[in-house]
Design a protein around this ligand. Sequence first.
Ligand SMILES: Nc1ncnc2c1ncn2[C@@H]1O[C@H](COP(=O)(O)OP(=O)(O)OP(=O)(O)O)[C@@H](O)[C@H]1O
Ligand SMILES: [Mg+2]
Length: 294
Amino acid sequence: MFQKLFSRNTANRQAQNAPASHLIDLHDVVKSYETAAGDFLALKNVSLQVDGGEFVAVIGKSGSGKSTLSNMITGIDRPSSGSVVVNGTSVHKMSEGQIARWRGLSVGVVFQFFQLLPTLTVLENVMLPMDFCNVYAGRERRERAIHLLEQVDMVEQMDKLPTAISGGQQQRVAIARSLATDPPILVADEPTGNLDSRTADSVFSLFEKLVDGGKTILMVTHDDDLAERVTRTVTIADGRIVDDVRTQRTPSPVVQLARTAEPVVIRPVPVLQPNGAGAYAFQGAQQIVGVSSD
Ligand SMILES: Nc1ncnc2c1ncn2[C@@H]1O[C@H](COP(=O)(O)OP(=O)(O)OP(=O)(O)O)[C@@H](O)[C@H]1O
Ligand SMILES: [Mg+2]
């Protein structure tokens, strides 16, 4: 269900874009800010390519340029030079108005401080991007928003104002809102930075689920534990990418089995453990998928 809801348009768009280009393609991006002390280079010739289905963590010290980089991808800010092509669109060439509409359809943005509109209910906040981008028919928008709120476990709070729910709940609503138009990409700047570790973990699990459903996520984070659970970690220092490590996040055996086209019979196989105790290993078609001690 979750997969179905989130992956339909993503798959179509990815198929349209593939194999010509990367989903996110930054080439030689320089961002310079004018300051009283002269020009300050926040990004220095940054090139970065991200493909569909990747889950990228961007890490680095405070002031290293992480938010500046994520703002380039979302079009919130523009490069001083270089190119930013996202989902087949040259973001750096568009006008502000074009960017706003393009962003609404192409990139879901999640912020550290949620940024829900305080005078709108939870449900209205999630419906807003669909209204703004004029996607989905009128009645469908409400139904879709309710579906999204179900996925983030917030449907019971849908008539409340954002001030009446907790920080973690607000972030879950913000994630539902970011998915409203079914964008292929999610960019999140420290989405767990304002949450306690348990809530942060549940938000992160939601992201993992979205990646499993076909979304591409770029997440700025200070949380080393979370950064270890992604498929790729990009480190920024002083406006440059200084490290780019791909990790093979192994899906859980359950997810792997769910991805197997043919039904797999899992059968218990008696085994002897190193300590001499008996046990059953649960064997799927290709591998051991679990062990029980009796
Ligand atoms: N509008 C601006 N004018 C001048 N300098 C800026 C501006 N925005 C950012 N900077 C500078 O650019 C550098 C990178 O900022 P950025 O916000 O990208 O850092 P960051 O890695 O996201 O830091 P943090 O982890 O604290 O959020 C910093 O030195 C910052 O002071
Ligand atoms: Mg930042």
